[in-house]
Design a protein around this ligand. Structure first.
Ligand code: SF4
Length: 98
């Protein structure tokens, strides 16, 4: 059986949504797990996400990203940062003292 569609007011507009997905955008959207996404700093955020967001605002829609060729997992970036820091430490240890 098809999921029920409900309506509610979102950002001042009455919108329709599948009841089981209402309010669950972040759970489904890859951007929230992507190192390219900085929603509090749109000037430095992903251009794809920014374009999608502009469309969302223009049309009053909500569009999670389910597939993306540019996704880079936030945790992977954090691990890379730790690896880089360890590599820098190792290099410093190898440098002869002056
Ligand atoms: S690269 Fe893809 S997943 Fe990452 S923020 Fe941009 S649109 Fe979202």
């Amino acid at each position: 059986m098809a999921e029920r569609i409900v309506t509610y007011v979102h950002h001042g507009d009455i919108v329709s949504v599948r009841e089981d997905l209402k309010g669950r955008h972040r759970e489904h959207c890859l951007c929230w797990r992507c190192s390219n996404f900085t929603p509090d700093d749109r000037g430095n955020s992903c251009p794809i996400a920014n374009t999608l967001y502009a469309l969302d605002v223009l049309a009053g829609i909500t569009t999670p990203v389910w597939e993306c060729p540019k996704f880079y997992e936030l945790e992977a970036k954090q691990e890379d940062t730790v690896k880089d820091a360890h590599a820098e430490d190792a290099e410093k240890k190898e440098e002869p003292a002056e």
